[in-house]
Write a protein that binds this ligand. Structure first.
Ligand SMILES: *Cc1c(COP(=O)(O)O)cnc(C)c1O
Length: 238
């Protein structure tokens, strides 16, 4: 159990059971292994154990690891993205989870066009309205999506992402998962060539089973796979 493979086997099991409780199958849920503050060797270990999606929350850290991991994988940018850093990751990531403003969308659009790609993004929603977190309010999600669809032809909106509030009691967080699923279902009815709601990214180490029960189909799990993070050793002095 105390290695990455052992912990992953356990997590896959728990994901599968939560999927079944919500009437879905394990294959419907994508596990994004959050590899921030983890070494390339640990990422290789997770790949060997069957994981192919990895999330980083800092552009510089993603760039550092990008060339160091040899095995094929899909990178996800899950943290706040500053406009001046979009150019560094636009052709490196499969999915940006943190779109939260039209200004950022315009920059992503411009850089995607220059790179000859279509950027795949999720809109980050801060349903709980926490000051410390990025993301648009539930009410602002639809207006933002309308503007992005109208003005950014190289951006494709693939769903929503949420970082739920932290609570000692995971059940306290369930209403925020429910709220986001409801919003997701509403917005998925928008018909536009650049919108295809396929991913509802919510749930982390402490609450991924709850999130799946409420409809998440993408979970971002870090410490439960790799162990506790040591923030004193940010790679390359980050
Ligand atoms: C770090 C991080 C996670 C994973 O957190 P754990 O509690 O270690 O699973 C998920 N999402 C985002 C945006 C993160 O920054």
């Amino acid at each position: 159990m105390e290695n990455i493979k052992g912990r992953l086997d356990d997590i896959k099991d728990r994901v599968a059971r939560a999927a079944q409780r919500s009437g879905r199958s394990p294959e419907d849920i994508t596990i994004v292994a959050v590899s921030k503050l983890r070494e390339p060797e640990e990422i290789e270990e997770a790949i060997a154990a069957g994981i192919s999606d990895f999330g980083e929350n800092k552009v510089q850290e993603l760039e550092l690891k990008y060339d160091k991991v040899i095995s094929p994988l899909r990178w996800h940018l899950i943290g706040h993205l500053q406009r001046n850093k979009v150019k560094y990751i636009i052709d490196k990531v499969a999915l940006i989870h943190s779109l939260d403003s039209l200004r950022l969308a315009k920059e992503i659009d411009k850089r995607a066009e220059q790179a000859g790609v279509v950027a795949e993004v999720l809109v980050q929603v801060n349903a709980a309205g926490e000051e410390s977190k990025f993301g648009v309010s539930s009410e602002d999600a639809a207006p933002l999506i309308d503007k992005v669809l109208a003005g950014c032809s190289n951006v494709r909106i693939r769903g929503l992402m949420q970082i739920a509030p932290y609570s000692e009691e995971p059940e306290d967080v369930r209403p925020y998962f429910k709220e986001l699923k409801q919003l997701y279902d509403e917005l998925s009815r928008i018909s536009h060539p650049n919108l295809s709601f396929d991913y509802l990214s919510m749930g982390m180490s402490g609450d991924f089973e709850l999130a799946i029960e409420e409809g998440a189909n993408m979970v971002r799990i870090g410490s439960a796979i790799f162990g506790d993070r040591d923030y004193s050793k940010r790679m390359g002095g980050l």
